[in-house]
Design a protein around this ligand. Structure first.
Ligand code: NAD
Length: 352
């Protein structure tokens, strides 16, 4: 079986960090074919299009896509259709990526990077599963118009039961590979759409008898995430609540250079990328933290290729280099071994 990965380095620190993740994937000798293409500002410079046809074709053919990051001040004043983010939205839409998975893991060695007390966050390991293509962000009708002599703004929240079911299945499936708990977050006391969300999650639960399902209102979930975050394993929620809660959860760890993400379609094809941006302020200096991208490669092995053991090998190697004291500038404290992007990649390879 040929297994093809499309590599999209993107802009800013993107090429530096994806190079390290590619080295890690190559070191595992799993027989992947990897091919690179342009996305974002780099693609605009070369072709005038942030998601050019050649990239579209490669992304379509590949089983998975590994992305660095896109964007930078150089393209900020370009026309809207030539902005790098257009490339990102374009590929997400083209590949029908409806499930966004964002783990928030706090490695014990980095416990003091969080703004919360170490005893509250140490050992944290949450996976936020966010629906990505529905909800009030895409619902019609929407707009701002004048009604009764004043401006009137409106949006529409809706979900079909099939949309809820497919994201529910992703969450239950992920929980099976973890601590077997799903907390579904809604606002069923006020919003009918989310009453349906809760009903459908309850209907799905019997198919996954080994997974324990609970429900929480979104306002309480926002509180619980900072009060006692370790109570959560997998959290599943809609697009808008997920947008907010996933950012809140990621900040529990305090280190943006450590956070991977995955966006999946209905057949486990996925786009894997670090949660951070292209960091133009440090681009080209060889100092960026490649660990979020390396951990994104681990997610790629787990979710697209079901290579759980290989995924764990990468995650264990990352744990090991942190335990050995290796730190890029973003997570460095006095007394640590300060390293650059390439040296961090070398350390992970050695730990593998
Ligand atoms: P950013 O995440 O790029 O940077 C925020 C801060 O974190 C910066 O100080 C940066 O140096 C630091 N940082 C980020 N990643 C790091 C890493 N791996 N190692 C060390 N330090 C790291 O966010 P921003 O500054 O708001 O955005 C910069 C550009 O990235 C913008 O053009 C924005 O549109 C784009 N962006 C892209 C994505 C994406 O491609 N998915 C996401 C967010 C922002």
């Amino acid at each position: 079986m040929s297994k093809k990965i499309c590599i999209l380095p993107g802009d800013g620190i993107g090429p530096e960090i994806t190079a390290e993740a590619v080295r890690v994937l190559q070191a595992l000798e799993l027989g992947f074919e990897m091919e690179s293409a342009l996305l974002g500002g780099a693609a605009v410079d070369a072709t005038g299009d942030p998601y050019p046809e050649a990239t579209r074709k490669l992304a379509q053919e590949a089983d998975a896509v590994l992305l660095g990051a896109v964007g930078g001040p150089k393209w900020d004043n370009f026309p809207r259709e030539q902005r790098p983010e257009r490339g990102l939205l374009g590929i997400r839409k083209h590949l029908n990526l409806f499930a966004n998975l964002r783990p928030a893991v706090l490695y014990p060695e980095l416990a003091n990077a969080s703004t919360l007390k170490p005893e509250v966050v140490s050992g944290l390991d949450i996976l936020i599963v966010r629906e990505l293509t529905g909800d009030i962000y895409f619902g019609q009708p929407r707009g701002i118009e004048v009604r009764n002599g004043e401006r009137f703004g409106f949006n529409t929240m809706h979900y079909t039961e099939s949309e809820i079911r497919r994201i529910g299945r992703v969450a239950f499936g992920a929980a099976r590979k973890r601590s077997k708990k799903v907390c579904s977050v809604d606002k069923m006391n006020v919003l009918e759409t989310t009453q349906l969300w809760r009903d459908v999650m309850n209907e799905l639960a019997p198919e996954y008898p080994e997974v324990e399902l609970s429900h929480m209102l979104v306002d309480n979930a926002a509180m619980q995430l900072v009060r006692a975050p370790r109570q959560f394993d997998v959290v599943v929620t809609g697009n808008m609540f997920g947008d907010i809660l996933s950012d809140e959860a990621s900040m529990l760890t305090g280190s943006i250079g450590m956070l991977p993400s995955a966006s999946l379609d209905a057949h486990n094809k996925g786009l894997y990328e670090p949660s951070h941006g292209s960091a133009p302020d440090i681009a080209g200096q060889g100092v960026a933290n490649p660990l979020a991208t390396i951990l994104s490669a681990a997610m790629l092995l787990r979710y697209t290729f079901s290579l759980e053991e290989a995924a764990r090998r990468i995650e264990d190697a990352v744990r090991k280099v942190l335990a050995q004291g290796y730190r890029t500038g973003d997570i460095y404290h006095a007394g640590d071994k300060k390293v650059g992007t390439r040296e961090m990649g070398d350390a992970v390879l050695a730990a593998l």
